[in-house]
Design a protein around this ligand. Structure first.
Ligand code: PGA
Length: 247
């Protein structure tokens, strides 16, 4: 088994630089690359670096297609905490040239299962992800694939774990995130030709160690990445504090 490659960088800014280096290589090799993109606190520095390189002409994203990993269910697109809004603010509106297509699940769809099926088909029609960029939740989730999610899950409506709702309360004016979200499934993520997981801050140290050095276990969804042949983890010093040198 090829183990995920772990790269340790000093801080969040250095993690962002190393991560965008990888995106730059993928897009240079294939300008039509299909990217899966994360939200949350971790990728903010990553998007700032990506915007900087796009605006200075080092990277061209205009022919790329992007698929966000997830979206909250039941909040309107005007709500400040939607991931659609996050992506506009952190990435899309700041680029000189937007990607050809930027897909985000519609968490307001009347028929959520049909929306999940539609999203999964759109990913398949794009020939899947060339690179999936992921964060990791404090409970080991990837996307909103919370502990216990089957590894063969495709895009689906997920019940968001309490700890995840608590961790995301900051972005909701009333401190109450929805209890459900649409997420790309674990199987869809594993189909990606390459995977890049970003982890920053001491709060991720213990779960990162369990995901990489523990058994593959659906209670730590990110541990399934041990089964993928092309995974790079970029972590800052704080997030990698529990990793042994053997990894
Ligand atoms: P965070 O979330 O970047 O806000 O810590 C990561 C995740 O839940 O994937």
């Amino acid at each position: 088994m090829v183990r995920p490659r772990v790269e340790v960088r000093l801080d969040e800014g250095a993690v962002a630089v190393a991560a965008v280096d990888i995106v730059e290589r993928v897009v240079a090799l294939n300008p039509h690359a299909v990217l899966a993109l994360p939200t949350g606190r971790t990728p903010i520095a990553f998007y700032a670096e990506l915007v900087e390189r796009e605006r200075t002409g080092r990277i061209e994203l205009s022919q790329v297609r992007s698929f966000n990993l997830d979206e909250w269910v039941g909040i309107p697109s005007t709500h400040p905490a939607t991931y659609a809004r996050f992506m506009e603010e952190q990435l899309f509106s700041r680029l000189r040239n937007r990607p050809t297509a930027c897909y985000i699940p519609d968490g307001t769809a009347a028929d959520l299962d049909a929306e999940c099926a539609r999203y999964e088909i759109a990913i398949r029609e794009a020939s899947g992800f060339d690179l999936a960029v992921l964060g990791i939740g404090n409970n080991g989730h990837i996307g909103f694939n919370e502990p216990g999610t089957p590894f063969d899950a495709r895009t689906h409506v997920a019940e968001v774990a309490l700890v995840t709702r608590q961790n995301n309360a900051y972005s909701f004016p009333d401190g109450q995130p929805p209890s459900r979200a649409i997420t790309v499934g674990i199987a869809t993520i594993l189909d990606s030709r390459s995977i890049l997981l970003l982890a920053t801050g001491a709060s991720k140290a213990a779960v990162l160690e369990r995901a990489l050095a523990g058994p593959v276990d659906s209670q730590i969804p990110a541990s399934v990445l041990q089964r993928h042949p092309d995974v790079v983890i970029i972590a800052d010093v704080a997030a990698s504090a529990c990793l042994s040198r053997k990894l």
